[in-house]
Ligand binder design. Structure first.
Ligand code: DX5
Ligand code: ZN
Length: 212
């Protein structure tokens, strides 16, 4: 298998220096940039939205991995696509019609991801594995960075892998560090999101290398 794709979550970056924070992790070996969008409804926190994605896209061609933790994701797909997202991941729990959201993303010419919260079983998304490019397994309750990795959730990785087409990307988000990354990789994950572990370190290169 190819090397695992590291997607640093800018939720833990210094927003006053966002440009430098993004360039630094890119330079340090990050494959993607993970952008957490929260609406204060689907999750109890509010973060960043379309204008920030647009500003980031103006300055860099790095692959933008946008994680929507919002209700009614279908309403915002076009806006995030036009702002410059490369991959748009929505939550299965937030979508009335997941297939419709997936086709909206595809119509915009973007990669589509579907995510499940800790309480959602992997079998719920089995019907969509052939339609998406990526499945995001949350290993914390979505909403905040810096939480502890939920080991039970990682068991969904092999369950999904067993049913998935060869080229499906299985991404894990929440509590990823140099130890939990090993667990996820050994279970079959090939993309890891990490916020506080990378941006909380004083050497981004060393932190990213310890995850690969
Ligand atoms: C949480 C977000 C994560 C968050 C991860 O809801 O989806 O992407 O930034 O943060 P860490 O890596 O600190 O757990
Ligand atoms: Zn995320």
């Amino acid at each position: 298998m190819d090397r695992v794709i590291i997607s640093p979550s800018i939720l833990s970056a210094d927003f006053m220096n966002l440009e430098q924070e993004i360039f630094s992790v890119k330079e340090a070996g990050a494959g993607w940039i993970h952008i957490d969008v929260m609406d204060g409804h689907f999750v109890p926190n509010i973060t960043i939205g379309v204008p920030v994605v647009k500003s980031i896209r103006k300055k860099t061609d790095i692959f933008l991995d946008v994680h929507l933790m919002i209700e009614n994701p279908e309403k915002y797909i076009k806006a995030f696509a036009q702002a410059g997202a490369d991959l748009i991941t929505f939550h299965y729990e937030a979508a009335n019609d997941p297939l419709k959201v997936i086709s909206l993303i595809k119509e915009c010419g973007k990669k589509a991801g579907i995510s499940i919260k800790p309480q959602t079983q992997s079998k719920e998304i089995f019907p969509y594995l052939n339609d998406v490019d990526l499945v995001l397994v949350m290993t914390v309750e979505p909403g905040f960075g810096g939480q502890e990795f939920m080991h039970d959730c990682a068991m969904k990785i092999p369950q999904i892998k067993e049913k998935a087409p060869e080229n499906l990307i299985i991404q894990v988000d929440g509590g990823i560090n140099n130890l939990t990354s090993k667990i996820c990789k050994s279970l079959g994950a090939n993309s890891l999101v990490a916020g506080s572990y990378i941006y909380g370190s004083d050497d981004y290169k060393k932190a990213i290398e310890s995850l690969i």
